[in-house]
Design a protein around this ligand. Structure first.
Ligand SMILES: Nc1ncnc2c1ncn2[C@H]1C[C@H](O)[C@@H](COP(=O)(O)OP(=O)(O)O)O1
Ligand SMILES: [Mg+2]
Length: 194
């Protein structure tokens, strides 16, 4: 465990692609002063840098697969430490994608006090992603890759939710409603932490 992050408040934000994780996290940042770290955004930044590591990541991400665990975790940890002095807490968005990732996170960084499970129907997620794809420029926002990402989500990530349910830290948030309606429930869950 890292010293600088010893007392950090950590929230895992888990949900399918297009469920609205990023959208809700931005609102939490604005209201609570948390630091939002999206593992996907960190990885895409690495790809954009043109580094050798970025090139390898790019190939994996275009196929809709998961990148190696250590790579993601190192990037998250570096980003957390960089914000340790100013952050009220951390939203870890899109991670853990599988149970093993959660276990490694806890070994290297610390334990989450809450898991926000952003839940939308798969038709809703597909619809939102196709719309996002019109402007996002994301290589994985296309019909074929979306389908793979959803399959992988149900297979690998749903067990993550079950795992943390066992610890009693999961708050399930219905994400079918408007952005503001969803956020009012997100805010309740975060308020319940204090
Ligand atoms: N409650 C909501 N209602 C309608 N559209 C929403 C929504 N939450 C998010 N969206 C839109 C914004 C994006 O274009 C798209 C995916 O949202 P996102 O926040 O990028 O999802 P994620 O980060 O979970 O992949 O859906
Ligand atoms: Mg996102």
């Amino acid at each position: 465990m890292s010293d600088k992050l010893k007392n950090a408040k950590i929230i895992f934000v888990v949900g399918g692609p297009g469920s609205g994780k990023g959208t809700q996290c931005e609102k939490v940042v604005a209201k609570y002063g948390y630091t939002h770290l999206s593992s996907g955004d960190l990885l895409r930044a690495e790809v954009a840098s043109g580094s050798e590591r970025g090139k390898q990541l790019s190939a994996i991400m275009q196929k809709g697969e998961l990148v190696p665990l250590d790579t993601v975790l190192d990037m998250i940890k570096e980003a957390m430490i960089a914000k340790a002095d100013v952050s009220k807490g951390y939203l870890i968005d899109g991670y853990p994608r599988e149970v093993k990732q959660g276990e490694e996170f806890e070994k290297k960084i610390g334990a989450p006090s809450l898991l926000l499970y952003i839940d939308a129907k798969s038709e809703t997620m597909v619809k939102r992603l196709m719309k996002r794809g019109e402007t996002s420029g994301r290589a994985d926002d296309n019909e074929e890759t979306i389908k793979k990402r959803l399959d992988l989500y149900y297979k690998a990530t749903e067990p993550v939710i079950a795992f943390y349910q066992g610890r009693g830290i999961v708050r399930k948030i219905d994400s079918e409603g408007s952005v503001d309606d969803v956020f009012s429930n997100v805010a309740k869950a975060i308020d319940s932490l204090k």
